[in-house]
Design a protein around this ligand. Structure first.
Ligand code: HEM
Ligand code: HEM
Length: 192
């Protein structure tokens, strides 16, 4: 794999970090043909897919910053009366968590490549070199941010799944306008 580091630990903690990293990477989506070593992967394929991954990650980071800036100046329409008290209280928290996830995930990816001892530059869509975040480079830091990125990604996927399930429940089971007013924004504002 592209991000394989030389397997020559100089200290016990170094080895522990590497083992932790490898444990996370065993579940890697970037694995190819079920093997973890760079011999089993095509390093070029992995390198290209990670660069593409970083490019879209940076693009999403830019978009979510714009979205959050827009949202700070614009409030969402009030929820329809059919939404119960519990959901009225929890939905904003879930939405806040979705925003936090969308910001924290690409930032943790950026942090992970910034602290990596591999020093591989990030080049969004081959247009320019994105500077690294000003964090000290070390294997331990890379291990930490890789784990953070990985857990954030999968926790976020679970959150999005829950969110989509809630939206579909409103539409098909409760039959209210929570979903349709999102697709046609004017329908939500009419009831305000
Ligand atoms: C919203 C944007 C992003 C999403 C949804 C996302 C998602 C993920 C996921 C799910 C993985 C783990 C794949 C696996 O091994 O199972 C991963 C790995 C990775 N991500 Fe991201 N990511 C995002 C943004 C970024 C950014 C902006 C960067 C860097 C600038 C980045 C760099 C990486 C790297 C280098 C890995 C491989 C870690 C390793 O195995 O060494 N990601 N990402
Ligand atoms: C099939 C996919 C999805 C459906 C059907 C869906 C549906 C909805 C609905 C019905 C709302 C409420 C809108 C309102 O209050 O009028 C909403 C809000 C929201 N959704 Fe989704 N959603 C989907 C995917 C996603 C994804 C992938 C994310 C983020 C990763 C996301 C993040 C949010 C956020 C942050 C809000 C709160 C908006 C605000 O009040 O500022 N949604 N979504």
């Amino acid at each position: 794999m592209l991000r394989d580091l030389p397997l020559r630990p100089t200290a016990r903690s170094h080895k522990a970090n590497r083992l932790r990293l490898e444990r996370i990477r065993k579940l890697s989506l970037f694995r190819h043909r079920g093997r973890l070593s760079s011999e089993g992967n095509s390093p070029l394929f992995r390198g290209k897919s990670i660069q593409l991954h970083k490019s879209f990650g940076f693009l999403l980071l830019g978009l979510i910053i714009l979205r959050i800036a827009w949202r700070l100046g614009n409030s969402a329409p009030a929820l329809p009366d059919s939404v119960g008290t519990l959901e009225r209280r929890t939905a904003p928290l879930a939405h806040l968590a979705l925003y936090a996830f969308q910001l924290a995930l690409p930032l943790s990816g950026w942090a992970l490549v910034s602290v990596s001892m591999l020093d591989i530059p990030s080049m969004p869509f081959n247009l320019f070199v994105m500077p690294d975040l000003p964090f000290a480079q070390s294997d331990a830091a890379e291990s930490f941010w890789t784990a953070a990125h990985w857990y954030l990604a999968y926790a976020g996927i679970a959150l999005v799944a829950l969110h989509v399930a809630a939206a579909l429940r409103h539409h098909f089971q409760l039959g209210d306008a929570v979903l349709t007013r999102m697709i046609t924004p004017s329908s939500g504002r009419e009831g305000e």
